[in-house]
Structure formats: structure tokens, C-alpha cells
Design a protein around this ligand. Structure first.
Ligand code: HAM
Length: 421
């Protein structure tokens, strides 16, 4: 057992798994940029106040934050999610609106680790700040849907809800309090505590004892103001227009306090229901103001890379790409042939690798076979003397079952290899 391991709830992502990460991130960046979203890189930690405004009744703020005093006695916290940082940056830099951004960022939550739930997870996120046009709600949801399509996920459900705005919220909260008050004894102890801070959050409870009380609770969509209802209608018709299927889930309030109006979540139907959220988001029209800016609407999503890849595993799609090099250079001269040839091949755009430590021919050949390379370029003392190299095809054998190989003049080898790949 090694003395040190990755901290509980974190994991190393190594090749070949990491190659899938790189591909997923590149796919996401391409799709986001195609839709006019630009990359934002913001600090991994912020003044703790930035996240506290996300909501005191939010678990990730109340119980799960990695916070610390730095050497200058500032109270900071590692980012538990991306939206608050992006909105803080928006207020600080006042870019032109709509400000459409995307990010790929680690997030830290002191959760109880289990399959699909980590203390450091990584989100693909996008935020569109400065407009409440329902068209941008559709754009954001469609962008995320495209990511799933691009990796080949099929078994997914988009749940959609509107949780109302500042006008409709008070009446709804009163109705909720009445309902939970009338069934107070049936609620879990945890939900009784949550109820005091934010009755909406009780709807989020997954505790079995709360299920029947939640099932009969008043529904946000029955309390929408005319304006919020009209907005929600247009989000729905927009999604239908672009063929993104969804189901209305009147209980979808999501785990963060900043949401207003549109909320949504994608679930993978191939994953266990406890950790099947492969992405979600919604509007946060009041957040900029809560963070000290002028009132500015916004909407976005976050989608866990780990969860998306777990869903891919469950559906058998988007496997690790073949990341082997094309050429293996074998050098038994004891000189700099391997160094020079790999250098030249790479400069010509050919992926190439070699052995180190002056290994024997046999050992280098083994390494070449193990690598999965298609071609071996071999230089021994004979080749050196005749200014040639031997090019061996590692995937196809010749008539006698011998690997096909050929002597090529040293100056022509780069071109020859490039053409034969
Ligand atoms: P969230 O639902 O808390 O939303 O997280 C977004 C996604 O991150 C989840 O759907 C899930 O895929 C993944 N995720 C969350 N926690 C974990 C974890 N402990 N381990 C693995 N994956 C996890 C937000 O964070 C909002 N900022 C989304 C948003 C953006 N809303 C508006 N804009």
C-alpha cells in the first residue's frame, strides 16, 4: 500500500481514459464556439461571499464547501460550482451583453463519495448573461443536448420546469408552507430543518419518508405569473421547434437557491437513479443583483464530465480512442539515430516514439509490438554504414509469414513513411 493516495472522493484520470476526457472537452468547445460562446477561465477559488450568495439553504454552500483562510487572512472557498464565479466576473468586467460563455472547470464539494459522486468533479458549463429571451433558454438547453448527441448517448430524459419569478414566488411559498405545515409530522427531521430555511428545497429531498408529502405538494407551474407562464410556453414551443424532446416535471426545483423561471435537468436512463443527473441548469435572473451588480437575467448549465462518461460506459458508446503512435523508431547503433528520426518524423506531423536506455534489438522490437505502432523504422550498424534505414510493416506479414520490410535511403525515409501511413 503506497504511503500517499489521491484524497478520498478524488481520482486520477490516466491514459487511455484521459484521452476520452480530452475528446469530450474538445467536442464541447467546438459545439459551444459554433453557437457563439467564448471560453472563460476564472479562479478555482473566490471570496467565500461569492458562493454564500448562491444560497444559505443550499447544501453545497451550507455543508459542503472547502473553505479556508489564506496567509493574508482572507476567507476563501474552492469553487463548488461555476455559475457564481462567472456572474462575479461579469459584474467585474461589464462585457457587452448578451455575454455567452463556456467553461470546463473542476468543482469541489465535500459530499459523501460514491459511484458517480466525487469531492472534486469536473463540469462542462455554459452561461448566457444579459437576456431573458426564451430563445436563449432553448439555445442553452439545445447546446447541452448536442453534447450528449455528439458522444452518442441515446437513453436520456430532459425534465423541464418553471419555478416562477419574484412576482409569483411569494404566493407559491405560502402555499408550500401551508402544505408542509399540514403534514409536518410526516416529514423527515432533515426536511423539517430545510423547511424553515427554504420550503422549495424540501421538494428536492430524496428521503423516502418525504416522498408522499412531496407528491401532493402544490406545483410551481400552477402559481406562475402571466409573464412567467408565457415565458415558459415559449421555451416549450422553442424546444419542440428544434426537436429536443422533454417532459414537464413540476417538482424539479434543483439544488441551488438562485434559480428562477426555467429549470431543467438531463437524466441518463442507463445509470442508477441516485446519480443519474448528467447535467442541469436554469435561469438565475436575480443572481447578478445578489452579487452586487445591476439586475441582469442569466441562464446556463453544468454537466459533469465523470457522469457523462459513466453514462457512455453504461450505453457502450464513446470508448477510449486509439491513441497509439504510428511509428516506432528502433536504434541499435548506440548513437543519436532514434533521437534524430523521431524528431524529424514529429516535425513532419507523424506520431512517433522510441525506446530509451540503450535496450537490445529484441527488447526494442518488443516495445514496438506492444506499442501498437503500424511501422517500425530500424537503424543498426549495417543501415548506418549504407545510409539507409529498414522500414518494417508491423501489421502485415509477408508471404512467408515474415513481416514485410524494405531498405530505404536515409534522406527519403520521412517522405516514404508519410506516404505509407
Ligand atoms: P449542479 O446540478 O449542482 O448545477 O451540477 C451540475 C452537474 O454536475 C450535475 O448535473 C452532475 O452531472 C455534476 N455533478 C454535480 N455534483 C457532482 C459530484 N459530486 N460528482 C460528480 N458530478 C457532479 C450546478 O453546478 C450549476 N452551476 C449549473 C448551472 C449553470 N446552472 C446555471 N448555470
Amino acid at each position: 500500500m503506497p504511503e500517499f493516495r489521491a484524497p478520498t472522493g478524488t481520482r486520477d484520470v490516466l491514459p487511455p481514459e484521459s484521452a476520452r476526457w480530452a475528446r469530450l472537452i474538445a467536442l464541447f468547445a467546438t459545439l459551444a464556439e459554433q453557437a457563439g460562446y467564448g471560453l472563460v477561465v476564472s479562479p478555482m477559488f473566490e471570496d467565500i461571499g461569492v458562493f454564500e450568495r448562491v444560497g444559505e439553504s443550499t447544501d453545497i454552500v451550507r455543508k459542503e464547501m472547502y473553505d479556508f483562510q489564506d496567509k493574508g487572512d482572507r476567507h476563501l472557498a474552492l469553487r463548488p460550482e461555476g455559475t457564481a464565479s462567472v456572474v462575479r466576473a461579469f459584474i467585474e468586467h461589464h462585457p457587452a451583453t448578451p455575454w455567452k460563455t463556456y467553461y470546463v472547470a473542476p468543482s469541489f464539494r465535500y459530499e459523501r463519495p460514491q459511484a458517480g459522486r466525487y469531492r472534486q468533479h469536473h463540469q462542462l458549463g455554459a452561461e448566457a448573461i444579459g437576456t431573458d429571451d426564451p430563445g436563449v433558454d432553448v439555445e442553452i438547453i439545445t447546446l447541452l443536448d448536442r453534447v450528449y448527441r455528439a458522444v452518442g448517448l441515446r437513453q436520456r430524459t430532459l425534465r423541464l420546469n418553471s419555478i416562477g419569478d419574484a412576482t409569483s414566488r411569494p404566493a407559491y411559498i405560502i402555499a408550500l408552507r401551508e402544505h408542509f405545515g399540514a403534514h409536518h409530522d410526516a416529514l423527515s427531521e432533515q426536511s423539517k430543518v430545510t423547511l424553515r430555511a427554504n420550503p422549495l428545497r424540501v421538494l428536492d429531498s430524496k428521503r423516502p419518508e418525504d416522498a408522499s408529502v412531496i407528491a401532493t405538494a402544490p406545483r410551481t407551474i400552477d402559481y406562475l405569473s402571466d409573464e412567467a407562464a408565457a415565458h415558459f410556453d415559449r421555451v416549450q414551443s422553442g424546444l419542440k421547434a428544434v426537436d429536443v424532446p422533454f417532459v414537464i416535471d413540476p417538482l424539479l426545483v434543483r439544488g441551488l437557491d438562485y434559480y428562477a423561471r426555467t429549470t431543467f435537468e438531463f437524466a441518463s436512463d442507463a445509470l442508477d437513479s441516485a446519480q443519474n443527473a448528467i447535467g442541469g441548469g436554469g435561469r438565475y435572473d436575480g443572481l447578478a443583483e445578489q452579487l452586487g451588480g445591476s439586475p441582469t437575467p442569466g441562464i446556463g448549465f453544468g454537466a459533469g464530465i465523470e457522469r457523462i462518461l459513466l453514462a457512455c460506459d453504461a450505453e457502450g458508446v464513446f470508448g477510449a480512442p486509439d491513441s497509439t503512435v504510428d511509428v516506432w523508431v528502433i536504434d541499435t547503433t548506440g548513437g543519436e539515430q532514434a533521437l534524430a528520426l523521431t524528431h524529424e518524423l514529429r516535425a513532419a506531423g507523424v506520431s512517433a516514439d522510441r525506446s530509451f536506455d540503450g535496450r537490445s534489438m529484441k527488447s526494442q522490437m518488443k516495445a514496438a509490438d506492444r506499442s501498437g505502432a503500424r511501422i517500425a523504422v530500424i537503424v543498426g550498424s549495417d543501415e548506418l554504414a549504407s545510409s539507409t534505414v529498414t522500414v518494417r510493416d508491423l501489421r502485415h506479414t509477408g508471404a512467408e509469414g515474415e513481416p514485410g520490410q524494405q531498405a530505404i535511403p536515409r534522406q527519403e525515409v520521412i517522405d516514404y513513411v508519410r506516404k505509407s501511413l
